[in-house]
Design a protein around this ligand. Structure first.
Ligand code: ATP
Ligand code: MG
Length: 361
């Protein structure tokens, strides 16, 4: 498409500022948003075509200005009508037990009659599917690229836990255009309105990359896993600090893994909480601990969660207790939020961090 035609589509003069281009884009999307028209009608079809043209024009103009192409906010607030708790599980240092925690807490929450979905966004080595002896064919990235439907990607594990393999999903979220994003959000909305999600646990992975912090900032609740090791503690604190500086009201809880005793776990938690409250003026929550237990390693070899393979193990007892707390908190929550707005926040945050990176170069 030539540049002049692109400006015409956006109904602006050549030489308009980025601000004006974004505004024109938002205005047009607001008018032509397919959600405004009856589903399946001719008008919806027309609106979809129009939106595609507006998207293409916008991308062409902006990339011509030498800027990366942002997925611009369409100005239409996604209604937060869902009733899904989104809990992101992360750690500063790798290998502290996030994936084992996510899988086993999911099994324990399922036992408490919670409706659980795990989104596996961890790029580490031992993913949820490996711990369950599965090899998923598709992932969230395929859904975002509209090559698969979300329903085709979701697997059932351990007697009714839903698993969304998400490895390449993070990258896909930042690069999709508006029409694909809308269709993805609509699919999510459909499953959510059918009550298919209750708690979505996201195994986010370790570190402070854009993917990890994007998930943490977009999620409603954050669980940071650490071990008593000084390096793990330092990295946990650094991650908590990054999150709280960007989102001071974030709901952050800590689980101390691989401890010898309850006392040791409480000591470790107090030390992190002391630092966060004196330097960041913010209390974090203690969610519990998990004992260092050989049952964990044995269950990894068996490719079965220890909560099922060794239900009487010390690690399983600890997980049961943490799950009780998470479930009780859910029943006290007034409003859980929605998964749709989560994904929307996520793609905006990822875009923002990419823009920051670009600015540094
Ligand atoms: N409570 C525990 N007791 C004993 N070993 C444990 C415990 N929790 C985790 N482990 C062991 O630690 C190792 C790492 O666990 P896991 O893969 O869950 O960590 P992770 O944080 O997800 O790692 P990555 O950062 O690579 O994704 C595993 O081999 C597991 O057996
Ligand atoms: Mg992992």
């Amino acid at each position: 498409m030539d540049l002049k035609a692109c400006y015409d589509i956006l109904e602006i003069e050549k030489g308009a500022s980025l601000q004006e281009i974004k505004q024109a884009y938002r205005d047009l999307i607001r008018v032509w948003h397919p959600d405004r028209f009856p589903a399946g009608s001719r008008l919806t079809e027309k609106a979809e075509k129009k939106i595609k043209a507006v998207n293409d024009a916008y991308r062409t103009i902006v990339s011509n200005m030498g800027t990366i192409v942002p997925p611009p906010d369409d100005g239409m607030e996604v209604e937060d009508t869902g009733n899904t708790r989104i809990i992101a599980v992360a750690s500063g240092k790798g290998g502290v037990g996030k994936t084992n925690f996510s899988l086993n807490i999911a099994v324990a929450l399922k036992e408490l009659k919670e409706n659980i979905t795990i989104l596996d966004a961890d790029l580490g080595m031992a993913n949820i599917d490996v711990l369950c002896g599965l090899a998923p064919r598709f992932n969230l990235g395929d859904v975002i690229r509209r090559e698969r439907r979300l329903e085709e990607v979701i697997l059932e594990i351990c007697g009714g836990i839903k698993l969304i393999p998400g490895v390449s999903g993070v990258e896909a979220l930042t690069s999709i255009d508006k029409t694909d994003q809308l269709s993805f959000l609509q699919e999510i909305r459909k499953l959510e309105s059918e009550g298919r999600f209750g708690i979505v646990l996201i195994d986010v992975g370790a570190g402070m990359g854009a993917g990890v912090t994007g998930f943490l900032l977009a999620a409603g609740e954050i669980i940071i896993i650490t071990t008593p090791e000084p390096t793990a503690l330092m990295d946990a604190y650094a991650l908590i600090k990054t999150v709280l500086l960007k989102k001071p009201n974030a709901d952050v809880g800590v689980v101390v893994n691989m401890v010898k005793s309850k006392d040791e776990a409480e000591r470790i938690f107090s030390s992190i909480n002391r630092i966060t409250s004196s330097f960041l003026h913010k209390e974090i929550k203690y969610l519990g601990y998990i004992r260092n237990d050989r049952a964990v390693q044995l269950s990894v070899k068996k490719q079965t969660p220890y909560y099922l393979a060794y239900p009487n193990s010390k690690a399983a007892d600890c997980i049961r207790e943490i799950a009780g707390g998470i479930s009780r908190k859910g029943s006290e929550m007034q409003h859980r939020g929605g998964i749709q707005s989560f994904f929307k926040r996520m793609s905006t945050l990822l875009f923002d961090s990419r823009e920051e990176e670009e600015a540094k170069v």
